[in-house]
Design a protein around this ligand. Structure first.
Ligand code: FNR
Ligand code: LAC
Length: 365
């Protein structure tokens, strides 16, 4: 169906353009947009392009190995589907279709606290998907405890605690479109927190506790039966604190440029964080990854894996589970080629020697 409606879609950018045609304008603006002037949003893409690859030759790359170890478990490749709220805005099958794409491609999927599918429903519908649960801690801590209990009960393997949303970034596209992300009734966590009726993304975000702090993380990590991954770190200082307070992994992330505009990109934040953290915990990165070469650069700079956000939504919007699957397959195919042509051969052999600053002008879109 995708090929009939949209022509042949061969790159993530093709899916991005096709999704814009498929989606309602308000929903598209919410998914696409960033905060303020969208400077960080654009820099997320440009900063991977400011890096050049230093390829090595004649090393024998006939057998390529994409596999990585995440939280001590072997995974077939380093792609993780980022947590994204309200996926039924992109496609009627929403998070269930994303979980099918995760299962089809061996990717880990992160289910958002603000998902339009419950944690139990998703686990029952797609039991063979590897899943992590993304936690926003609500002011009503009882609701958050209940969400964690459900995640544990239904086979989620880690908790991704997002720490960069104590207040909601101003996304001017949403203010102009007056998008309503969902009725509260579609978001089980919001219902549990007492919300009702039509709500904007900012109304949902207002449920989140702005006073969460490092001692909360410490208590939470100590009590959690699941490993806690802290998402939204941009400095080595905070990376150090996260490790000290019990994080088992860190996601270097600026929330896809949706929170504080003009913060640094994941690509720029990653190297000093990876150096500071060393082998103590896993470091992941996200933001603006659109090509297999971006994945390769992220791993070379010290990430063990990358999270992919919007492109998965574009695939979902264009063709449901099949579209999201295809997006991940395209990226894996590009990663495979990048591993071959860079001479790295395997994901775990990548190191700083494979990248250097580029001297072309980064061409953002
Ligand atoms: C997000 N992101 C996000 N993060 C999170 O921790 N919880 C959430 O509920 C959401 N919701 C959300 C919705 C939408 C529509 C987008 C686009 C993003 C941020 C997400 O996990 C990730 O950090 C970025 O999307 C990564 O950047 P790219 O890949 O989209 O450029
Ligand atoms: C967003 C939230 C909900 O970025 O994380 O829209």
């Amino acid at each position: 169906m995708a090929t009939e409606d949209h022509g042949v879609l061969i790159s993530l950018e093709d899916y991005e353009r096709a999704a814009e045609r498929s989606m309602d304008a308000g929903a598209h603006g919410y998914a696409y947009g960033g905060a303020g002037d969208e400077i960080t949003l654009r820099d997320n893409l440009a900063s991977w392009r400011r890096l050049a690859i230093r390829p090595r030759m004649l090393v024998g790359v006939g057998t390529r190995d994409w596999s990585v170890t995440l939280l001590g478990a072997r995974r077939p490749h380093p792609l993780i589907i980022a947590p994204m709220a309200f996926q039924r805005l992109a496609h009627r099958d929403g998070e269930l279709a994303t979980a099918e794409a995760a299962a089809a491609t061996g990717s880990v999927m992160c289910l958002s606290t603000l998902a339009t599918t419950g944690a139990a429903e998703l686990a029952q519908a797609v039991p063979n998907s590897s899943r992590w649960f993304q936690l926003y801690v609500f002011t009503d801590r009882g609701v958050s405890r209940e969400l964690v209990a459900q995640a544990v009960e239904h086979g989620y393997e880690a908790l991704v605690l997002t720490v960069d949303l104590p207040a909601f970034g101003v996304r001017e596209r949403d203010l102009r479109s007056r998008v309503r992300s969902a009725s509260a009734e579609m978001v089980a966590s919001a219902v549990a927190a007492g919300a009702s009726g039509a709500m904007s993304p900012a109304d949902f975000a207002a449920l989140i506790d702005p006073d969460l702090n490092w001692s909360d993380l410490e208590r939470f990590a100590a009590e959690s039966p699941l490993p806690v991954i802290v998402k939204g770190i941009l400095t080595p200082e905070d990376a150090e604190l996260a490790v000290e307070h019990g994080a088992r992994a860190i996601v270097v992330s600026n929330h896809g440029g949706r929170q504080l505009d003009t913060v640094l990109s994941g690509a720029d934040a990653l190297p000093p964080i990876a150096d500071a953290v060393g082998d103590r915990v896993d470091v992941f990165v996200d933001g603006g990854i659109r090509r297999g070469t971006d994945v390769l650069k992220a791993l070379a700079l010290g990430a063990r894996a990358v999270m992919i956000g919007r492109p998965v939504l574009w695939g979902l919007a264009v063709d449901g589970a099949a579209g999201a699957t295809r997006v991940l397959e395209i990226l894996l195919g590009e990663l495979d080629l990048a591993l071959a042509l860079s001479g790295a051969g395997s994901a775990e052999k990548l190191d700083h020697g494979f990248v250097c600053p580029a001297h072309w002008v980064a061409h953002g879109r």
